[in-house]
Design a protein around this ligand. Structure first.
Ligand code: ADP
Length: 465
């Protein structure tokens, strides 16, 4: 099949969260199955053209705005990067801009440019695979165009981000507002994501559990009536990982590469990590970590409260790698002030360092409020780092008692109890700990199975149109 991927982030070009991992590793997996995939991305100013091998492709006019399309490659998949007018200019210095209105305008331009570019590419996709709200308006524009027979699959990576106010962006450039019957009774009818859910041929979430959760009002951010109306077209497919990238054998990133047969070498990475971040080098002290965006979703408030108590009562070390809300960044700074030599907040985005942390830590904590899939816990398991997660969404689908620890209630005390329980096992029952590590490392987190499920969905979308 010919599959056109349209996303807002992909490695190695631009990454803010897990979407970037999926939008680079899934196309590669599909290509390995014998399908033809092309990936389109916005040509953000933050992309390092020289490092990413970006070269000119075509230029064309779209309503008096010049669209500049460039090309590159990722894992053997052809990539097309789009900018034009004032959108995605080289001067911008972040992937996402502040404020809905500015982002809505640029992603509306992006969707229009992608459709306008298709005839120039001389490549007719059998299906267009869209990702998140940034691409939500595309199925509507497609339905109104001469390309209306191409089916779409919209993947919902995170329902909290919806591109609110997209109708105003349409008004600004004189395009009619969508009139889909399913949007009529919705408060959030003008959201890019709502528009996408109404118009797309099929839709999916990035874990089976999240597909069920979002049908409930408390998890749907206002979209449950629409999602319920489309429940027959909604499935859940668990994300895979790029297992070449996230590999404890990777000599490139780690001081002491290891695998299931040499797990005893993991501690060498722990010592190197402790030394690197300035923690006392102690094999016996459990080293906990989290690598995350610092946003409410990730359960940062219960993590901070539980850690504070844990640090008072138990000899643990903790490393945070994350950026996000200034309040959370400050709170981790204060925790480090209260527990010097035991807490290290690394407030930056650093992919290489994240690999060293996944390898060097003993425990990975992910107490999310909600979690569409979550890659952190899967990556941690690949590295023999035992996950402690809240049992929601993809965390519930990937972590059970054979590989880690899961708790239900979103409360600091419950997380605290789980942290104490896990660190006790770490200290007093090394054989059981090792069993958890090995079971996690041996789980199959590759795309092999999930990529085939996507192909089934593409085929279903083609048949449906
Ligand atoms: P989300 O997509 O909601 O941010 P996921 O768990 O699905 O959460 O994916 C997060 C991805 O981003 C993982 O690959 C994680 O390692 C990475 N990541 C998050 N924060 C950082 C950071 N500060 N530095 C490096 N990688 C990070």
């Amino acid at each position: 099949m010919k599959i056109l991927f349209v996303a807002a982030e992909a490695l190695p070009f631009a990454k803010v969260g897990g979407l970037a991992d999926v939008a680079s590793s899934l196309p590669a997996a599909l290509q390995q199955l014998g399908h033809e995939v092309r990936l389109v991305l916005p040509h953000y100013g933050v992309i390092d053209d020289a490092t990413c091998g970006v070269e000119p492709l075509i230029r064309f006019e779209l309503n008096n705005v010049e669209v500049i399309a460039s090309q590159a490659e990722s894992h053997g998949v052809p990539v097309c990067l789009v900018r034009g007018g004032s959108f995605f200019s080289p001067d911008e210095n972040s992937v996402y801009l502040d404020g809905d209105a500015a982002n809505n305008r640029r992603y509306l331009f992006y969707c229009r440019a992608v459709l306008a570019m298709l005839p120039y590419l001389g490549w007719d996709p059998d299906v267009i695979h869209l990702h998140d709200w940034h691409t939500g308006v595309l199925p509507y524009l497609l339905a109104e165009s001469s390309l209306a027979s191409i089916p779409t699959l919209l993947t919902l990576h995170n329902l909290a981000y919806q591109g609110s106010g997209m109708n105003s962006a349409l008004d600004e450039i004189g395009l009619p507002r969508p009139r889909h019957p399913l949007l009529k009774k919705l408060d959030s009818a003008g959201n890019a994501l709502a528009i996408g859910v109404a118009y797309t041929t099929l839709l999916n979430t990035v874990s089976p559990r999240y597909a069920q959760e979002i049908l409930q009002p408390e998890n749907a951010y206002g979209l449950h009536p629409l999602l319920r109306a489309r429940a027959d077209s909604l499935v859940g497919i668990l994300n895979g990982l790029d297992t070449d990238l996230w590999d404890p054998c990777n000599e490139h990133a780690l001081i002491a590469p290891y695998d299931v047969n040499s797990l005893e070498r993991k501690v060498l990475n722990k010592r190197a990590l402790q030394e690197k971040v300035g923690l006392p080098i102690r094999d016996d002290v459990p080293l906990l970590t989290t690598v995350t965006r610092l946003v409410d979703q990730k359960g940062i408030s219960i993590l901070l409260a539980a850690l504070f108590r844990l640090l008072i009562e138990h000899p643990i070390q903790f490393i945070l790698l994350g950026t996000g809300s200034p309040e959370y960044e400050d709170a981790f700074g204060e925790l480090a002030d209260s527990f010097p030599d035991r807490v290290v907040p690394l407030l930056k985005f650093d992919a290489m360092l994240s690999q060293q942390i996944y390898a060097g830590a003993d425990v990975f904590v992910m107490p999310s409020k909600y979690e569409p899939c979550g890659l952190g816990q899967m990556i941690a398991m690949r590295y023999g780092t035992v996950p402690i997660v809240r049992s929601v969404g993809g965390l519930a689908d990937t972590v059970d008692e054979t590989v880690g620890f899961a708790f239900e209630s979103y409360e600091p005390a419950v997380l605290y109890d789980m942290l104490v329980y896990a660190t006790r096992i770490y200290t007093h029952d090394p054989a059981r700990w090792r069993g958890l590590q090995l079971a996690g490392m041996q789980k199959d987190f590759s795309w092999a199975h999930s990529a085939e499920r996507y192909v089934e969905l593409y085929q279903r979308a083609v048949t449906a149109t």
